[in-house]
Write a protein that binds this ligand. Structure first.
Ligand SMILES: Cc1cc2nc3c(=O)[nH]c(=O)nc-3n(C[C@H](O)[C@H](O)[C@H](O)COP(=O)(O)O)c2cc1C
Length: 274
């Protein structure tokens, strides 16, 4: 079922696969790693055994270690990561052009490597991959928000939408998607162990990786609020499954602004427990 295979010619019997297995299902039978048939059902499918093996001797779930990326001397250094994290900005000005489809797919492919609770890997990426479609959706959304604004007004706590709607009507200011050509909603089945957390981690990963490709993002709380609370019909319009919880939303595309330096933050709130 899990296709746990060991290349006996190259396995050095170091036992690292067995000791690192979080489900503790790999035993060293006569010095060789193996998984009993009855233990296969307990596999987390995390592939730690494939990842840790120093001689690339283990394949599992049909994955051959030769197709993994090598980590030897390849990780970005800490100053590069610091710059990436501190240099990330919420971008609210975008070029109109669409991203190339292969770039879009690469972003999602990498983001789905984000960790998930119990390795559920059920995060769904609902993407508006072209600007014309997003404009269509935006205009439908705005027409409905204009109606709410001129009828009963917005619910308590959401009165600030009135101001935004006025700006839309007066100047066509796109406060929902900030003029980005693309939009992404991450969702996950309600019944998995950590659906919202999985979505947020995936989107955070998406955002950080996007920067390395020169792609800007903005977390989109307003869109999420509209989709989940004010106009839930857009959950259906976007094709988000009914049994899914929406984790969050993000607009993205090529930036039309450039930031020359990082911002500066107050020190973190830290409490050392004694
Ligand atoms: C959960 C969350 C929701 C957000 N929602 C919106 C939004 O709806 N519209 C928007 O323009 N920015 C939104 N932002 C962006 C924040 O305003 C922005 O991150 C913050 O001002 C700090 O700026 P920086 O991201 O450039 O450091 C959101 C950010 C987060 C983390």
């Amino acid at each position: 079922m899990i296709e746990f295979k060991v290349n006996q010619k190259t396995c050095i019997k170091c036992g690292q696969c067995s000791s690192d297995c979080p489900a503790q299902i790999i035993t060293m039978e006569d010095g060789c790693p193996s998984v009993t048939q009855e233990n296969e059902a307990n596999c987390y499918k995390c592939q730690h055994c494939l990842a840790i093996c120093p001689t690339a001797s283990i394949s599992i779930l049909g994955y051959d270690p030769v197709n993994s990326l090598s980590l030897k001397d390849k990780l970005p250094d800490s100053s590069q990561m610091e710059l990436l994290i501190k240099g990330r900005r919420a971008v609210r000005k975008y070029k109109p052009e669409n991203l190339e489809p292969n770039v879009m797919m690469k972003l999602i492919e990498v983001a789905c490597y984000a960790p998930t609770g119990r390795n559920a890997r059920q995060v769904r990426f609902t993407v508006v991959d072209n600007r014309a479609r997003l404009i269509e959706i935006r205009d439908e959304m705005m027409a409905k928000l204009v109606k709410i604004s001129s009828a009963n007004g917005f619910p308590a706590g959401m009165e600030f939408f009135t101001n935004y709607v006025n700006q839309w009507e007066e100047a066509g200011t796109d406060f929902i998607f900030r003029g980005a050509p693309h939009f992404l909603v991450v969702s996950a089945p309600k019944n998995i162990v950590t659906p919202v957390e999985d979505c947020l981690i995936a989107l955070t990963t998406f955002e950080l990786y996007a920067q390395t490709l020169g792609i800007a993002t903005v977390w989109d709380g307003l869109a999420k609020f509209v989709i989940c609370e004010m106009l839930p019909e857009f959950k259906i319009r976007l094709g988000i499954p009914e049994d899914h919880v929406v984790g969050y939303a993000m607009a993205f595309g090529k930036p039309a602004v450039y930031y020359s330096r990082t911002t500066q933050h107050e020190p973190a709130g830290v409490h050392i427990v004694n």
